[in-house]
Design a binder for this molecule. Structure first.
Ligand SMILES: [Zn+2]
Length: 232
């Protein structure tokens, strides 16, 4: 379920893998997983566009080594020294194949760091484009991802197109932070501090906004489920 709040440990446990790398192409042959942050001190320049439905995600640097002490001064690599593809290279190839109409869009699950130790599940996205650009200093990869509703998490999408109706929106990080602070990191009904979700008071599907903290509240899993049972 999108918009739930979890620890780094929960996240790794749920995906069945260590997510240390930040970009994880087709984990165990399924969806890919990326970690994002739009905090001012974030290592990469990820950004949200078009009313929250599009994520522009920056590729990742070469690892810091004795031969390469300053990764931020080096182009983001497409290939490993062995000649294989880096995670940048794998995501790039998948996006280009989708663009060329040779395969469906890859499904990517996106987790966002809200603050230290607190992550939000931003749900599933389709990987639709990629390119390299000069950031004034070097070449970096950029990946365009579109937030979608109700995709099959275990399959690479078979459809070559996705419709506008499938589009979803993510709650901006500053709204999440504001709600987290206002609700003191607790379910507003019972005060539980685990299995929390950012809940739309008026659901997104019924026209509720993701952009105003007034429409977002913290609910535990139980109260979130009770609420959606009432609405449906
Ligand atoms: Zn509760």
């Amino acid at each position: 379920m999108r918009d739930n709040i979890l620890s780094y440990f929960d996240m790794c446990q749920r995906e069945g893998a260590s997510l240390q790398r930040g970009m994880n192409f087709r984990l165990r042959g399924r969806h890919s997983v990326i970690l994002m942050s739009v905090q001012p001190n974030a290592p990469y320049r990820d950004r949200i566009e078009e009313d929250g439905s599009v994520l522009i995600y920056e590729g990742h640097d070469t690892p810091k080594t004795t031969d390469n002490p300053e990764p931020k001064r080096v182009d983001q690599p497409q290939f490993l020294p062995s000649g294989g593809l880096t995670e940048n290279g794998k995501f790039h190839r998948a996006a280009q194949e989708f663009k060329a109409g040779r395969k469906g869009a890859d499904v990517v699950r996106v987790y966002e760091k809200i603050k230290k130790g607190i992550w939000a599940d931003n749900g599933y996205f389709h990987l639709v484009d990629s390119w390299q650009e000069n950031d004034g200093n070097r070449h970096v990869f950029k990946f365009q991802l579109v937030a979608v509703e109700d995709v099959e998490s275990d399959d690479i999408s078979e459809d070559l197109r996705f419709t506008e109706a499938q589009r979803s929106r993510i709650i901006p990080a500053e709204v999440k932070l504001e709600v987290w602070g206002r609700d003191n990191g607790k379910c507003i009904i019972c005060g539980a501090t685990d299995e929390l979700h950012f809940d739309h008071i008026v659901p997104f599907s019924k026209g509720g906004t993701s952009f105003k903290s007034e429409n977002i509240q913290l609910l535990c899993a139980r109260h979130n489920l009770e609420k959606s049972a009432k609405i449906q």
